[in-house]
Structures are given as C-alpha cells and as structure tokens.
Design a protein around this ligand. Structure first.
Ligand code: AQP
Length: 333
C-alpha cells in the first residue's frame, strides 16, 4: 500500500527522540531539511518515543516532551496537512518488526555502531540492552513504510547503512519485501558541534546546558551561551574546519540562520575579533529564537494530540500490511 495512491512521490521517513529539548543541531541538521521536502515527497515524521526510553526518562517529563517535540516540528514549518506526524509507540508494528529484525541482524553488525560506543562510554556493561539495540528499532521504523529517503544529521548515517544491510539480507534470505532506502544529509549543518567542546556534536543529553542552544532558550540565555562558547587560539574569523573547529562551527550556525555565506561572514568580520563576531551571531540566534518561540507557543496540547491521532490512524494500515507480508515470508501465519 502506498501512502497516497494518487501520486508517485517518493516516501521520506525520519524522526526525533523526545529525550530532551530540541537544539539548534536538531533544527539545522534535520528539521530544516524536512520542511524543504514536504512538497516534493510523501513525508512521515515520527516522535520516536521508544528510542527515548533506551536511557531512563522521567515519565512525567517524557509525556510533556512528546507533545513539545511535535510543537517544535510545527514551529519549524512542518505542515500536518502535507506531512504525517505520529508517535512511534502508537503503531505497535514498529516493535514487532524490530524483534524480527533482531533475528536477522548479527552481533557483529551492532558491535560496529559508533554512536553506541560514544553514548555508552565506559558504562558499556551497565547501559540498557535497548541502547545497544536502538539501530534495529530504527531500521524497523524506516522499513515499515517502503521508505525511499531518510533525511538525517550525519551521526545517523551509520544506522541508515545498517538499515540497508538488514533490508538486503532479509530480501535475500526470505524473498523480496523491503525497499532499500537512501540516506541524505545536508551539505551544511549536518553536524553542529557542542558550544563547550567543538570536537563533540551538540546533543540533547549533553552533561551541561552550555553544550547546546535549546530551541526554547530565551534570547538572553542563548546570548550568554554564545558569549561563553569555546573559541580557537587566534582571533581571526576564518572558516577552517581542521585548524579552527570552534569558529568554523559558530560560522556554520551563523551562516545558516542569517542566510549569509561563509565568505560573506569572513568579509564582514575582517579585522574584527571574536567579541564582535559573537555579538553578531547572538543577535542572529536571538532573532531566530524569538520568531520560532512565538509559533511554538501558539499550538495547544489538544491540537497536537489530534495531529498525532490522525497521523497514526493514517499510517497504521501501511505498517500492518508490511508486517503481515514479512510474517508470511517467515512462515508465521
Ligand atoms: N549536533 C547535531 N548536528 C546536526 N544534526 C543533529 N542531529 C542530532 N544532533 C545533531 C539530528 O537530529 C535528528 C534527531 O536526532 P535524535 O533525536 O534522533 O537523536 P540524536 O541523533 O542522538 O540527537 P541528540 O540531540 O544527540 O539526542 P540525544 O542526546 O538524546 O542522543 C537526527 O536526524 C540527528 O541526526
């Protein structure tokens, strides 16, 4: 079953886990790209709540975050009339297919996943099995909907590669079922780095809020974070990812939010220091946050719940049909 039988548009699937407040990295690396794709593709955007519980969450907080992530999708410009927005746990086929794919995946496949190694750190033996298995659930999310394209930030490329491997392996071993999806990432902004450490990506669950600009930060808080952001040793405003990773990261954020090229920024800040540059960047971020938050605050919880219900009701049949076909191939009837 296709999402919309009357059009031949390719299907796009992506999601964000409600594991914290979304930040500029999520926005610039993923959401901006989703908004651009709405007209050309059949888009499905999920709030992947089962991914969030791979790390212990406060239940009351999680409830609120699920709603707030949707509000952030809407404030970013995702239009529920064009794209389907739904909550992963509302479609039980996701976890069922994940189990089946668990039986197709090899331990060696998962042992290659760098995100697990980064997230588990030296706690590898005590983190949840779910954190280790997360890429399999992600593969199920994608494969249930005959997805053609998965737009993500660059940290997720390896997981989409694994999805492709599992789809091919299942098709080879049991017969053709799954479409093998393509990953796409943005040319600029696919990996926004932490403000406190430009060698690590900006992350919702970073130890310190100084790492990220949350999309709900007030302009004052955001300005303070920018003024304190780590810089490189000299004072020249020049884009050089290898030699000057901190300023390159700040320039990327500035360029994307203000619509100025990196060259234009270099010109504008020639013979000026980091202080002036950071003031300009803080203004661009403040302007963006003010506009974003007006939209974010305009959506009610009730409206969000309606959107989620409508989205899940619309796509559940597609997921169930894929699952039924998969079970048939396996001999589970
Ligand atoms: N720093 C980033 N730069 C660019 N893109 C990013 N994404 C995440 N961080 C950056 C992209 O945002 C989408 C949603 O991410 P996610 O919620 O699935 O989880 P994640 O990739 O693990 O992101 P976080 O913020 O680091 O969350 P936590 O801390 O909870 O693990 C994805 O497309 C991702 O690539």
């Amino acid at each position: 079953m296709e999402l919309n039988k009357n059009n031949n548009k390719p299907t796009v699937f992506s999601g964000v886990q409600p594991s914290g407040i979304l930040h500029l990295g999520n926005y610039l690396g993923a959401l901006v790209q989703w908004v651009e794709m709405q007209d050309q593709y059949n888009c499905i955007f999920s709030v992947v709540d089962y991914h969030a519980i791979t790390i212990k969450q406060n239940p009351e907080e999680l409830k609120k975050r699920i709603i707030n992530v949707v509000k952030m999708y809407l404030a970013s410009g995702i239009n529920p009339e064009k794209a389907i927005i739904f909550q992963q746990s509302a479609v039980s086929a996701h976890t069922e297919l994940a189990w089946i794919l668990n039986c197709v995946a090899r331990i060696a496949d998962l042992n290659k996943m760098t995100q697990f190694k980064e997230k588990a750190g030296d706690q590898e033996k005590t983190v949840s099995v779910g954190l280790y298995d997360y890429p399999i659930l992600m593969a199920a999310d994608i494969l249930l909907y005959n997805t053609d394209i998965v737009p993500v930030g660059d940290d997720q490329i390896q997981h989409v590669e694994l999805t492709r491997t599992l789809a091919r392996r299942f098709n080879r071993e049991y017969g053709q079922i799954f479409k093998v999806p393509e990953v796409i990432i943005k040319k600029q902004g696919a990996r926004i780095m932490g403000l406190d450490d430009p060698t690590k990506k900006m992350s919702k669950s970073a130890g310190s809020p100084a790492n990220y600009i949350a999309l709900t930060d007030s302009p004052e808080v955001a300005t303070k974070k920018i003024m304190r952001a780590v810089t490189d040793s000299d004072s020249e405003i020049k884009y050089d990812l290898k030699k000057k990773p901190a300023i390159a990261n700040l320039m990327t954020i500035y360029s994307l939010l203000a619509g100025l090229s990196l060259k234009e920024l270099e010109q504008n800040y020639k013979n000026k220091g980091y202080g002036d540059f950071k003031k300009g960047l803080a203004q661009a971020i403040s302007k963006f946050l003010t506009q974003f938050q007006i939209k974010y605050n305009s959506f009610t919880d009730e409206k969000v719940k309606q959107i989620l219900k409508h989205g899940a009701d619309k796509i559940r049949p597609i997921a169930e049909e894929t699952l039924k076909n998969v079970k048939n191939k396996l001999g589970i009837i």
